[in-house]
Design a protein around this ligand. Structure first.
Ligand code: FEO
Ligand code: CA
Ligand code: CA
Ligand code: CA
Length: 704
């Protein structure tokens, strides 16, 4: 195409120094309460020194961008190393055999690493120590690559799964808490530690918050609707200001089945229909010897009442679940005040004494919503080590909001409460259990699949990845069979081969990252200003799709994991199926990746028009402010990232390597038995999801 219909009136990426200083002063003055002179000094230092070492905001990344890769090994910048710390099947109890990795292990999956490592957080140990050499790592195990878990893949006889396979699959989901420490030999899991714990699909848990005891949660296993079993499809995460771990139940709905007589509009709104089993349905309800922990995955109304069957069993999933990593005996709690949907994760704004707490959340499905929960209680720093009792105080009472993004760059948080006239038809229980229906009625903005969020600790601005809208027939835009129109917050629809807006279109193929600033810097605000920080794209696409002008150094697709560390470095992880193969027009392709970024702030870019859709894009990145840091292995997603408090050790998850493989062609053989993550996989070896630990050979801070 010779024309570029992107209105592009103010796209300077070289702001005047004076405006940078002003911006830094206003941010620091607002958020840190620091004196202007101190802020000015820090800002001047930044401007003179580039990469700040005085505690100010860094201005450039400290590594050379990593090239795109299709190799069966992890790629990192020169001078970095990575080892496998915790791989699928690794034993978590003294005396348990090493993982055979041939499907022969059985009967001990509540004491081994689960599959599909996802959201993750490092908790210094002992509690409150701030240790950078000893900690507890909480790791989500979202789902399974079944073919590698069993000797010959999953089996069934006349439609019935063997119970042993089902229990193994249930135990390989959930969350790990593992004790880890650094010695002269590097980081290792303390396999015999008393703190090690596997929470899985059958672990006892509590229903907490407003809907505990609701008739809508009564089941045969939970007649008083206050207890439940298990957490499922644990995707993203959160870390509370009181040092506990939150885990998001994402694609839980897809494990259930229902019969035609028991179909309901409420189940259908969550993707559960008798017409087709969910994409994660594994027949857990079918074994001949199945107990109620298996039978509950069939929602058929077979009994005389809800207390005698599992018609309400799906109402026990779809929550944010709180786990105290420091207390393996504390029963996890489902925090129902945060709503029920496909929870990606739950990310806090920094806690401020005397102010309410805010938690940002995404519902990861096409055309679903972004939410905020604001606590009723104001933050008391005395609760900083408060465990699940602090969770009771801050997460069981508050207000849930859904986000509306308006065409003029403003936004509104709409309360999902019985006092909202739009929700007159809902009871308080129904709002929190059928949250999607409440958000529909309240008028939230349908988004291109909200994934992770993070709050920039220096600006207070909130970032959320919108991964894409293109992987089915229900993509956004005029193509793909969807009636959902474009809007300013979800403005792209284009062809995956050419990047053309006018050819046959596939939707928002590569995703984007939206961000906003709450009015008056208050987490309880009901108004905000937003823009789109960054658009994913192939570097080869035309400028009206490659709106952020990505280059070979930093082009990416389908942002998912997202985390801004305390220094202001934003880590972006991808879960992509679009850039993993060449197109007819672009021979380039790459495995999924992680980038590091130094984002600016809302409003630092320009108003642009993509086709006919007006929107707002952030200042253009440069390779010094957005660069590829890591590339994974074939079939994997990169998800989950944390740093030790000294920024010198990074943990990252390589999820489902070889996911597109088969028992005759594994696609990936990573990791190698050497457990050096940078080594090529060994042919013939089944791939394993794993946590890797990244360090710099000179012992320096990661990324800067
Ligand atoms: Fe499990 Fe939305 O990623
Ligand atoms: Ca994700
Ligand atoms: Ca994803
Ligand atoms: Ca995945």
């Amino acid at each position: 195409m010779s024309h570029h219909p992107v209105e592009d009136s103010n796209r300077s990426d070289n702001p005047q120094f004076s405006s940078i200083v002003e911006s830094l002063i206003s941010r620091r003055g607002l958020l840190r309460g620091s004196a202007s002179a101190v802020a000015l000094g820090a800002a001047s230092g930044l401007l003179l020194s580039g990469c700040s070492d005085d505690g100010g905001e860094p201005r450039r990344l400290g590594f050379a961008p990593v090239a795109k890769s299709l190799e069966d090994r992890v790629a990192l910048p020169a001078g970095y190393s990575a080892r496998v710390l915790y791989a699928l099947g690794d034993p978590l109890a003294a005396g348990l055999a090493e993982y055979a990795n041939d499907g022969s292990d059985d009967g001990n999956w509540d004491r081994r690493a689960g599959d599909h490592h996802d959201g993750m957080a490092y908790f210094p140990f002992p509690k409150g120590s701030g240790s950078a050499t000893e900690g507890l790592l909480a790791v989500n195990h979202e789902a399974l690559t079944d073919i590698y878990l069993h000797a010959n893949g999953p089996t069934s006889i006349q439609g019935r799964r063997p119970l042993a396979e089902v229990v193994k699959e249930q135990h390989a989901h959930g969350v790990s808490v593992i004790k880890i420490a650094k010695s002269a030999n590097g980081w290792a899991v303390d396999r015999g530690a008393a703190q090690n714990k596997r929470w899985h699909v059958n672990s006892p848990m509590q229903i907490s918050g407003p809907v505990a005891g609701s008739p809508l949660l009564v089941t045969k296993l939970s007649p008083d609707a206050t207890t439940t079993h298990g957490t499922l499809n644990n995707c993203g995460h959160g870390v509370t200001p009181w040092g506990s771990f939150l885990t998001g139940e994402e694609n839980w709905f897809a494990y259930f089945t229902v019969d035609a007589a028991s179909d309901t509009p409420e189940l259908a709104r969550y993707g559960i229909k008798s017409s087709a089993p969910g994409f994660n349905y594994r027949g857990w309800d079918t074994p001949l010897m199945a107990g109620d922990l298996q039978k509950r995955f069939n929602l058929a109304q077979t009994g005389a009442s809800a207390a005698t069957d599992f018609r309400n069993a799906a109402h026990h999933f779809g929550y944010v679940v709180e786990i105290d990593p420091y207390d393996p005996t504390a029963t996890p709690k489902k925090r129902t005040a945060l709503g029920r949907f496909s929870h990606e994760g739950a990310w806090f704004a920094p806690a401020v004494a005397g102010k309410p707490l805010a938690v940002y959340m995404g519902d990861d499905a096409r055309n679903e919503y972004i939410y905020k929960f604001v606590s009723a209680a104001n933050w008391d720093p005395a609760d900083a080590n408060g465990g699940l009792a602090a969770g009771d105080k801050y997460l069981d009472a508050g207000t849930l909001y859904v986000a509306r993004f308006d065409e003029d760059g403003s936004g509104t948080w709409i309360p999902l409460t019985t006092s909202n006239p739009a929700l007159a038809a809902f009871s308080a229980d129904e709002i929190l259990i059928h949250t999607r229906k409440a958000a529909d009625a309240a008028g939230g903005t349908k988004m291109d699949r909200p994934e992770w969020g993070t709050v920039h600790p220096l600006t207070g601005e909130v970032y959320v990845t919108l991964t894409n809208s293109s992987s089915s027939s229900s993509g956004r835009g005029q193509g793909g069979g969807s009636s959902q129109p474009l809007d300013a917050a979800n403005p792209r629809c284009y062809d995956a081969d050419t990047g053309s807006l006018t050819d046959s279109v596939n939707g928002n193929v590569n995703g984007h990252i939206i961000r906003w600033r709450e009015a008056n810097g208050s987490v309880a605000a009901t108004r905000f200003r937003w823009d789109i920080y960054l658009f994913g794209s192939r570097a080869s696409y035309p400028a009206n799709v490659n709106v952020s002008r990505l280059t070979d150094d930093n082009d990416f697709s389908s942002p998912d994991g997202l985390w801004c560390d305390a220094r202001g470095v934003l880590w972006i992880q991808t879960d992509d199926g679009a850039y993993t193969r060449p197109t007819a027009n672009d021979p380039k392709a790459t495995n999924c990746m992680m980038l590091a970024a130094l984002p600016g702030s809302v409003g630092d870019g320009a108003t642009v028009t993509i086709g006919t859709q007006k929107t707002y894009v952030g200042a253009l990145p440069r390779s010094e402010t957005l660069a590829r840091f890591l590339v994974g292995v074939p079939g994997c997603e990169i998800t989950g990232v944390d740093l030790t408090p000294d920024y010198r050790t990074m943990f990252v998850n390589i999820q489902h390597p070889g996911e597109n493989g088969s028992l005759t062609d594994f696609e990936s053989n990573w990791p190698n038995a050497s457990r050096n993550a940078l080594d090529l996989g060994t042919p013939g070896v089944r791939p394993r999801s794993a946590t890797i630990v990244i360090t710099r050979d000179d012992g320096g801070e990661i990324g800067l």
